[in-house]
Write a protein that binds this ligand. Sequence first.
Ligand code: NAD
Length: 354
Amino acid sequence: MATEEKVRIGLLGAGSIALFRHGLELSQNPDAELVTVYDPIKERAEYFVKLYGGKVAASEKAVINNKNLDAIIVATPNSEHARLTIAALEAGKHVLCEKPMATNLKDASAMIAAAEKAGKKLMIGHNQCLMAPHLKARQLLKEGVIGEVLTFRSSFGHGGPETWSQDNGPHTWFFKKEKAYVGSMGDLGVHKAYLLPWLLGSDIAEVGAFAATLDKKNEKGKLITVEDNAVCILRMANGVLGQLTASWTYYGPEDNVTILYGTKGRMILGADPDYPVEVLLANGEAAKYKVGAVATNTVQVKSGIPDMFVDCILDDIDPPFDGLKGYKALATVVACMESSASGKITAVCNEPVK
Ligand SMILES: NC(=O)c1ccc[n+]([C@@H]2O[C@H](COP(=O)([O-])OP(=O)(O)OC[C@H]3O[C@@H](n4cnc5c(N)ncnc54)[C@H](O)[C@@H]3O)[C@@H](O)[C@H]2O)c1
């Protein structure tokens, strides 16, 4: 695109992530224009355009086939991601799709293939990587500050999505298998399944997991049909071993802590709110970094995802957070679910499937 042109964007899904992040950040980006928004609950689209501009669209198709758009953001329940993304790519639009990119590996593979066939960009909204402590950690790891990472543990948990989603309450789509596919692993675990390879420079190769529904109940007072907790062990392709936990029953403050143990010492991310990156070395040296905070559901920080998407389109570069990396994160989640069901260590399918 010519750099003086704005990227014209349509939005599918005017729920919480669109309201709190995509809409707000696009409205502050001089290179982006929000043109049209569709949500089956019309009041949500109307509220969204009142805040951030654009026009309410009458249907999904009115957005997907709008000739006046360069790109579409898909911010719907997980079950709609693949269908809408593929339709938008086939209609010649670049797509930013929320995570988890799909609800199965076949659909995720088809999304990657559709982007390749259309020659359009496909980016997945893995915003954890852009959070200041995680950017700082990546830089320090590259500098070898803690030596070679050997092991890690990483957790992501809060009190559940039913207070976050616009479908507020125990009836939320996040709690329904047919809409969400998985629970805490699709909401939170997939973020870490994406972040850890990005930090450590290696794919996740094998997993073992226990996933269970321990506490969350639906509108009928019955335990929900997706897991609310998952405890996983991971082996990376480079041999690094670690643990990943995802939880919707960490009531109270959000827990988004990663500890990396290297040959020279350790790095602690997200534990101390004032110093979200801490380095403790075996030789007694220590350093604390006062970088920006990791976002929580209640205290939001700029994600940088919409800006990155717009820049990739304007500069015609491949999105760093591309479909294949999103696929691998989903493949880790799928492997964890299979492992939990079978009771066996399970290989992660890191290659797109037919
Ligand atoms: N990157 C992140 O940190 C992050 C955070 C939260 C949610 N998410 C992801 O974003 C997506 C949306 O989550 P949310 O929290 O905004 O949920 P939400 O329940 O608040 O909003 C979802 C919206 O999608 C609408 N919708 C349903 N079907 C649609 C369709 N066919 N076309 C258009 N709109 C449709 C719903 O009416 C609702 O308004 C999910 O995939 C979720 O995993 C990502």
